[in-house]
Design a protein around this ligand. Structure first.
Ligand SMILES: Cc1cc2nc3c(=O)[nH]c(=O)nc-3n(C[C@H](O)[C@H](O)[C@H](O)COP(=O)(O)OP(=O)(O)OC[C@H]3O[C@@H](n4cnc5c(N)ncnc54)[C@H](O)[C@@H]3O)c2cc1C
Length: 299
């Protein structure tokens, strides 16, 4: 990233929300569940599946965590009622992980149990490194008791290849991504190529161990490496899917679908769109530049 782009990305916080919204709306399905369902229908028509995500950051009150839990149950019921092809992704800190692991476990269990009744699936996203152990504990327990739940491993974490080895031997379902939080070098690989290398190593180990894998990346190099592994291990279509974020590199999305791979689009919605959109814009300096120009034009 060039120096100018770095400055633009840093300056995003000062841009009025209305301008950020104009550029960020491609990353978010809308503020309401109805808008999210309409977006999922569009994705389904394009040949992609979805995973819905209710936007929200870390929750510090148990009551709010319970409210998010009930909202997720409503999402699962809407998916079932509307007959759309989507599962659900959830962030543990929205369900009380920062308050008490047992509370979070109880809330996530309610969601997974309801999903099970409806024949659906829940993916537990991975957040920063302070949450990794607790998140994997919750995942392992619910996977053993319900089955219809998956976790996420991050290729930038040094522990990831070992974590693959510690997954349930039967039916593990793992999304593999690079990882988005800023972690210390003590625990996380830092080089761009090093993270790619660890992604490929972890992906191969997941395939060999028999896990179902969600290959979550927009990095063409990794899509290419994944195709080579799929081919080398003769992985059938029902053992993996590619996953991408809404609004990011739709050309690569369509190319992978056209090549016969299953594709799932992470589709966030909700009133708390701002923090999520800022993270996405920070990952894309070109768009950050347009946002800054629009803000300057306005002022
Ligand atoms: C479905 C899905 C679920 C995820 N879940 C998690 C999770 O649970 N925990 C977690 O820590 N991280 C998660 N991530 C984020 C992930 O860890 C990475 O931060 C992010 O995907 C960028 O990595 P990349 O592999 O796409 O490679 P990069 O090298 O970052 O990007 C590859 C290419 O895609 C382009 N690109 C990347 N982001 C954008 C963008 N926002 N707009 C436009 N172009 C972009 C880049 O410019 C580059 O050309 C998830 C990602 C996906 C796709």
């Amino acid at each position: 990233m060039g120096v100018l782009n770095r400055l633009l990305v840093t300056g995003l916080r000062m841009v009025p929300k209305a301008i950020v919204h104009r550029f960020a709306k491609r990353y978010v399905a809308g503020a309401t569940l109805d808008q999210a369902i309409a977006k999922v229908r569009q994705l389904n028509d394009l040949g992609a599946m979805a995973t819905l995500d209710v936007l929200g950051e870390e929750v510090t009150e148990a009551e709010r965590a319970r409210a998010f839990t009930e909202e997720c149950v409503r999402v699962l019921e809407a998916i079932d009622r509307e007959g759309i092809d989507s599962n659900l992704s959830i962030k543990p800190t929205m369900f009380g992980l920062g308050i008490d692991e047992a509370l979070c476990h109880e809330n996530v269990e309610r969601i997974v149990a309801r999903a099970g009744e409806l024949g659906n699936f829940v993916r537990i996203d991975m957040e920063d490194a302070t949450t990794t152990d607790a998140t994997l504990r919750i995942y392992r327990d619910l996977h053993a008791r319900y089955g219809n739940v998956g976790c996420v491993l991050q290729a930038y974490m040094r522990r990831t290849v070992d974590d693959v080895g510690a997954l349930p031997a039967e039916g593990a379902n793992v999304r593999l991504c690079k990882g988005i939080y800023i972690e210390p070098r003590r625990i996380a690989w830092k080089g761009y190529e090093t993270v790619r290398h660890n992604f490929v190593a972890a992906l191969e180990k997941l395939i060999v161990r028999g896990a179902y894998v969600g290959i979550a990346t927009h990095d063409e190099y990794l899509a290419c490496a994944a195709e080579a592994l799929i081919d080398r291990h003769g992985l059938p279509r029902e053992r993996y899917e590619f996953q991408m974020l809404l609004g990011v590199d739709e050309e690569l999305r369509d190319l992978l679908i056209a090549r016969g791979h299953r594709m799932r689009i992470y589709t966030p919605y909700g009133s708390e769109w701002y923090a999520y959109s800022m993270r996405r814009l920070r990952e894309n300096p070109e768009i950050a530049g347009h946002v800054a120009k629009a803000a300057l034009g306005r002022s």
